[in-house]
Design a protein around this ligand. Structure first.
Ligand SMILES: NC(=O)c1ccc[n+]([C@@H]2O[C@H](COP(=O)([O-])OP(=O)(O)OC[C@H]3O[C@@H](n4cnc5c(N)ncnc54)[C@H](O)[C@@H]3O)[C@@H](O)[C@H]2O)c1
Ligand SMILES: [Mg+2]
Length: 345
């Protein structure tokens, strides 16, 4: 299989086409190497774009379509459809070439994202039969499997929109066809899309878990503690420092759970962990500059919160009931893992 692939990538466009069509090349490894090739070879990527799938965004809001009442899907267009839309709106087809590569479908079709913020939003929506939707709202509407692709598409487009100039020379940078890097036209400096590493941690004293809220959170929502890694820090150091800074507690042990790309407000690479502190030293000393509140919650309270919908309505005169981030946020996964762990005999 590997030999088969190598012989294909070494050769011409014709064989690349063969590769992308071949049924026996649809394994994960082949797809990843196909994507690697497209990132390195502008010409091959341009060709893949002509027959690729495109997710449209308008000023970073992805295009969704309503499948049935209340059920939404990503609206995936073919590159030829996009060209047709551009033509009808009197725009240059070259706009399609600003698409960035975001993946490869199981059927070996290259997937791209394109921001058409320069076009009239309503006109594109009407032609596509879709609606451009703020990404946070889209997260609530979409099925879970669609969210990583739509997030990646937005994050990569945002990075290009904010890295048009070299920070050393001040001159324009130019993207490669795939959008996997930008190069300064005068000094050759190369820039790659970046994510800021963040540690998110659910602290437990063995019986309760600690959740906190910032003043900017929606009313009633509490989440796990989180913090950006300082330059040179390893994950364990960030975790201990953030818990100490934000709630004045000393972590005794920690365990990695999982990770997530988080697009808000800009791309973060979230590393999710569980941590324990001693129940003898569990008094919270809140850093009021960062957090509005932090509290210990019992298993029952957390289980009730998991059942609540986001932003539960408050009964007049009563505070809004406590709730936790929705399932697409990795904080929710940490909280569920903790609940399951507590319920183990
Ligand atoms: N997916 C989830 O479940 C989830 C849950 C909680 C928080 N988060 C995300 O985690 C991230 C970090 O959480 P936090 O706000 O508590 O971090 P934090 O505690 O480190 O505090 C934020 C502050 O850190 C500073 N900072 C340092 N490096 C930064 C960088 N690269 N980008 C931005 N600010 C930087 C800024 O002064 C900023 O105000 C946020 O982007 C938040 O959206 C995600
Ligand atoms: Mg924080």
């Amino acid at each position: 299989m590997v030999m088969h692939y190598r012989s294909l990538v070494r050769s011409s466009a014709k064989s690349l086409q063969l590769f992308s069509c071949s049924r026996d090349c649809s394994s994960y490894v082949s797809r990843m190497r196909y994507l690697m090739r497209l990132k390195e070879d502008d010409e091959a990527c341009r060709r893949a774009l002509q027959s690729g799938n495109v997710l449209l965004y308008h000023k970073l809001a992805p295009l969704l379509r309503q499948q049935q009442k209340g059920i939404y899907q990503l609206k995936v267009l073919q590159a030829t459809d996009v060209k047709g839309i551009l033509g009808k709106l009197g725009k240059d087809e070259q706009l399609l070439n600003t698409s960035v590569l975001i993946g490869c479908s199981d059927g070996d079709i290259a997937q791209f994202s394109l921001d058409v913020g320069c076009l009239e939003k309503d006109a594109v929506e009407e032609m596509c039969g879709g609606v451009f939707t703020d990404l946070r709202k889209a997260f609530f509407l979409l099925e879970q499997p669609d969210t990583p692709l739509v997030t990646k598409g937005q994050a990569l487009l945002r990075w290009h929109q904010t890295h048009a100039y070299c920070s050393a020379s001040g001159e324009p940078t130019q993207s490669n066809q795939a959008g996997s890097q930008r190069v300064c036209l005068t000094n050759g400096a190369t820039y790659y899309p970046q994510m800021a590493p963040v540690v998110i941690v659910l602290v437990s004293d063995g019986r309760r878990c600690l959740l906190a809220r910032q003043s900017t959170f929606p009313q009633g929502m509490y989440s796990a503690l989180a913090g950006f890694c300082d330059m040179g820090e390893v994950m364990e150091e960030t975790l201990r420092r953030e818990v100490a800074e934000e709630v004045g507690l000393e972590v005794e042990s920690m365990q990695y759970s999982s990770s997530q790309h988080w697009p808000f407000p800009q791309s973060s690479f979230m590393v999710a962990c569980h941590a324990t502190i001693s129940p003898d030293n569990a008094e919270i000393n809140l850093n009021g500059a960062e957090l509005e509140d932090a509290r210990w919650f019992t298993l029952e309270e957390v289980e009730d919160a998991l059942k609540r919908k986001p932003l539960p309505r408050s009964v007049k005169g009563e505070p809004t009931a406590f709730w936790v981030p929705p399932s697409y946020a990795i904080a929710n996964k940490l909280i569920r893992e903790w609940v399951n762990q507590q319920k183990k005999p």
